[in-house]
Every structure is written in structure tokens, then in C-alpha cells.
Design a protein around this ligand. Structure first.
Ligand code: GLU
Length: 504
């Protein structure tokens, strides 16, 4: 088996492109085959500077290695079509000799006019074969006069020797048929001698002995043209499979307007390559398994190795696949946790390693304190280390305003009076307590206070937590007391008691 990924360097790699690359990679790896990477840059007008480098970089980041190519600095580089242009011309000329291609001298203006008329008559856009009917003499005259021309593919006439249609058994969509009359006489060679995608793609797939062409659904209507080329050349036709479209949540075609579509964007935002690959693999594919039949939760987290083992095209769906960013976030979180747990070392050290690059320099001064703080927000830090400063901010504030409506919370049945009473009682009890390194002991001590006050847990714990943090959301009271330690905890509680006095 030989598969390929042949992107055009027209910009950053689209998530759909990465999925195509991944499926081809998985197929080759699973079957002990080869995966070929080729840059299709014959349309120089659409080429974007830096795009080739970005494609190479992105595949590397994603862990998708390829097996062949020209030697660049001791490594394989991708095959690059613009370095192979002479080759394609030769094949185009062969097609003319065989009567499977013909020169077309139509000007851009004529083609424009033709298209407009077709539009007016609600006809599908298609070359009207004006130049197919030129006589040998006419062609010679135009050639001698150096009239610019392109070479067009001669699609057979319906009812001719080949019947009236092209049919193939698609690896994903079963039998697909295109009638000849619906297929355009495609330009194969442009007036500047450069091949179009169709010619270069087929020639290269043949020369590179590609056995399986797996690509996006948008190439479906190109496939009959390609099959006809294979037939006239007498080449072995590869298997074709067309992957379902990627959709936005509202089931429209995945577009930039509704979110990021470049792999680059996710990479820049710090998504793990393992997570992106895992998530993208599941866009239109799932290995199924026992759980599916039993209605149980199915496996969602796969390593690249597992994907290689489990991947098969018969489990790829025909229907479009929804790109759900929330699922990507979830998969990314699972991957973060998995990698975190697999990493050797002590938890707080690992958290520090994960988050320190995102934290203000001055927070790193007292590492032991910082590590305790990190432990209290553990899962959040693992989920998104970039957001760690947000969750930790209150620990590093020397003073903060406490909004009366935050500490006096009617939902918790806390008014200002209760808040003051609760915080004062907790502070008083903790003043004579020294075991701040034991969260369980802190809890027992505080529960005693609650019992004495004959209040509900929330009526004491809410104002105490707010007094310590100034936040509506934070880790719980005992974790915060433990992280802050006695001195700072007492300082904060007393400051709030003083403020409550003023408010009452
Ligand atoms: N160069 C095409 C692209 O940009 C390749 C399509 C194909 O796989 O044949 O996607």
C-alpha cells in the first residue's frame, strides 16, 4: 500500500487537510506501506510564501512522518511539483498524440462570455468544445501565429466505446458514477507550459505508484477525469476514497467565520499535538467496539499507536463530521492529564514545571508557597496552564476590596451580621491553632466552630472563604487556609472583620 498527502501551498494547513494527511498516514502505517508527502504548487499564482515550510513544520509537530522524497540536509523533503514541470508537459503531449487531449485557443474574454451565457440559461459551467472542432489547418495556422493555447482533456462522447459514464467503487461511498456529458474538458496544460492540478496529480500518483488515493469530498468530481486519464495511458487505476466534509456545529460547511480552521491556530493556542491528532482522527471515524453495541461509553482517547492499530476506512462515515471545539477542549484536557500523570516526579513540582512560564516572575520568589497554591488549583492548572495566573491571583494580592454583596450572600442565607459573626468565630478559634499543614485538622477545628454557632455549614464556610480570597469562585476554605498558612490567613480574616465592623 502506498498513500500520499499532496497539499497545495496556498496558506496554513486546514484542519481538514490534517485529517486527510492523518488518515493516509494511518493507512500506510497500519498496512506496512509507505506514506508520500508531495507539494502541489503548479498553480504559482495561488502559492503563498512560507506555506511549504509551515506544512512541513505542522506535519512534524503532529508526528506524521513520511517515507520518501528528495534528500534535503540528510532528511527527506517533500516531492515538489514545480521542480518537475518538464515531466508533465511530455505526458500532455502524449495525450494529444493519442487524441485524448486537444489544443484550445479560446481567449479569456470568449470563455467569460460563454460562462455568462451558460449561467443565464442555468446550465452547468462547462467548456463548449469550440476548439475541438478546429481543422488541422486552422490549428497549424494558429500555432504558427504563436497564438497562446492550453491543452484540454478530451472527455469521450456519451455512447462511445466506453459506454457513457465513469464508475468506480469508492472506498467510503461505494459505487459512484459520473456521466460523460457532465464532465468538463478540463485544462491539463496551461499556456505557460505549467500543468494544472489534474495532470500533475495523476502523473505523480502514477509515477509514485500510489495505490490508495484518500482525499476530501471536494475532489469527488475530479476523480472521473483522473480515471479517464489513467485509462488512456493504460495505467493501473488506484483505489479512491472521499472523506466526508467537516461541518460547523450548525451543520454548515466548516468556515473561518465560525472559528479557527488552521492547525496553526490550535498549535499557537497551546493545544497538544496528541490531542489535536486524537480529536481529528474522530472527525468522521470511530473504531466502534463492544461499548457501542451495549450503549456504553466508548473509548475516546487514542494514542497515535492505537490509532494505527485500529484505523480502517470501512469505519469512516459518509455523512459530514461536526467540528466541535468543546470536544477538542475535552480531549486536550484528557491528554494533558494523561501526560501529567505519566510524567515522573512529585505533583507540586510537576505543576510548577507546567505553569511557571505563564506566571509573573515575582510569584516565583517563594516556591514552597507557590507550590501549595498550585496544588489547590491542580486540575485547573492541568487543564489549562495558561489560565493558572487567573486562578491564583487572589493568593498574591496583599489586600482586596470585598464587595458586601459577595460576602453577604442570600442564597447561602448569609447577611452582614452572620458574615461578621462567622468570620470572627473562625478567626478566634484558629488564633490558638497551629496545625495549618493538615487540612483535615483545619476542617475538624472549623466544624467545631460551626456547631457552636449553630449555623449551617455554608453560613460559615461561605463568608470565611470570601474573606480569605475575595473571590466568588476559588478552592475551598481548608485548602486555602493550608496554602496561605497561619500568618497570612489570620491577617486576611482580621482585615475583613475590621471592614465588617465598619459596614455594620
Ligand atoms: N493539491 C490538492 C489539494 O490541495 C490535492 C488533492 C488530492 O488529494 O488529489 O488538496
Amino acid at each position: 500500500m502506498r498513500t500520499r498527502f499532496p497539499p497545495s501551498p496556498t496558506g496554513f494547513l486546514h484542519v481538514g487537510g490534517l485529517r486527510t494527511a492523518l488518515y493516509n498516514f494511518l493507512l500506510a502505517r497500519k498496512n506496512g506501506g509507505k506514506f508520500i508527502f508531495r507539494i502541489e504548487d503548479t498553480d504559482q499564482k495561488r502559492a503563498v510564501a512560507g506555506a511549504v515550510e509551515n506544512l512541513i513544520e505542522t506535519l512534524k509537530w503532529a508526528g506524521l512522518s513520511y517515507d520518501e522524497g528528495p534528500d534535503v540536509g540528510g532528511q527527506y523533503g517533500p516531492y515538489i511539483q514545480s521542480e518537475r514541470t518538464n515531466l508533465y508537459k511530455k505526458y500532455a503531449e502524449k495525450l494529444v498524440e493519442m487524441g485524448a487531449a486537444y489544443p484550445c485557443f479560446c481567449t479569456a474574454e470568449r470563455l467569460d462570455q460563454m460562462r455568462k451565457e451558460q449561467e443565464q440559461h442555468k446550465m452547468a459551467p462547462k467548456y463548449d468544445r469550440h476548439c475541438l472542432h478546429l481543422s488541422k489547418d486552422e490549428i497549424e495556422k494558429l500555432m504558427t501565429a504563436k497564438t497562446p493555447f492550453v491543452l484540454r482533456q478530451r472527455i469521450p462522447d456519451s455512447g462511445g466505446a466506453h459506454g457513457g459514464s465513469v464508475m468506480w467503487k469508492d472506498l467510503i461511498r461505494s459505487a459512484v458514477t459520473f456521466k460523460y456529458e457532465t464532465i468538463d474538458d478540463q485544462v491539463l496544460l496551461k499556456s505557460d507550459g505549467f500543468p494544472t492540478y489534474h495532470l500533475a496529480n495523476v502523473v505523480d500518483d502514477h509515477l509514485m505508484e500510489i495505490t490508495h488515493v484518500v482525499r476530501g469530498e471536494e475532489w469527488l468530481s475530479s476523480t472521473p477525469k483522473h480515471i479517464l486519464l489513467y485509462k488512456v495511458f493504460g495505467w493501473k487505476i488506484p483505489e479512491f476514497g472521499h472523506l466526508p466534509l467537516l461541518l460547523n456545529k450548525d451543520r454548515s460547511k466548516l468556515s473561518k467565520r465560525q472559528g479557527d480552521v488552521a492547525v496553526e491556530d490550535y498549535r499557537r493556542k497551546g493545544y497538544l499535538p496528541e490531542a489535536v491528532i486524537n480529536f481529528i482522527a474522530l472527525l468522521g471515524w470511530h473504531p466502534g467496539g463492544d461499548g457501542v453495541a451495549k450503549g456504553m461509553a466508548t473509548q475516546e482517547i487514542f494514542t497515535l499507536e492505537e490509532l494505527i492499530q485500529k484505523f480502517s476506512l470501512d469505519k469512516v462515515h459518509k455523512a459530514g463530521a461536526v467540528f466541535d471545539i468543546e470536544k477538542l477542549d475535552w480531549v486536550n484536557w484528557q491528554w494533558r492529564r494523561k501526560k501529567f500523570e505519566e510524567q515522573p516526579g512529585e505533583k507540586s513540582e510537576k505543576l510548577l514545571g507546567l505553569c511557571s512560564e505563564f506566571l509573573p516572575q515575582e510569584w516565583l520568589a517563594d516556591k514552597e508557597f507557590l507550590k501549595r497554591c498550585l496544588i489547590t488549583i491542580g486540575e485547573k492548572a492541568i487543564k489549562n496552564p495558561q489560565e493558572a495566573p487567573e486562578h491564583l491571583g487572589f493568593y498574591f494580592k496583599k489586600s482586596f476590596e470585598i464587595a458586601p454583596e459577595l460576602i453577604a450572600n442570600p442564597k447561602m442565607k448569609v447577611d452582614m451580621e452572620i458574615a461578621k459573626k462567622a468570620v470572627a468565630a473562625v478567626a478566634e478559634s484558629l488564633e490558638s491553632f497551629d496545625n495549618f499543614t493538615d487540612q483535615e485538622a483545619l476542617k475538624i477545628r472549623t466544624m467545631e466552630v460551626i456547631q457552636k454557632l449553630q449555623l449551617k455549614n455554608g453560613q460559615v464556610l461561605w463568608p470565611t472563604r470570601v474573606a480569605l480570597t475575595g473571590e466568588a469562585f476559588s478552592p475551598g476554605v481548608f485548602e486555602v487556609l493550608w496554602a496561605l498558612g497561619k500568618e497570612e490567613s489570620m491577617r486576611r480574616l482580621k482585615a475583613v472583620i475590621a471592614k465588617c465592623k465598619m459596614l455594620l
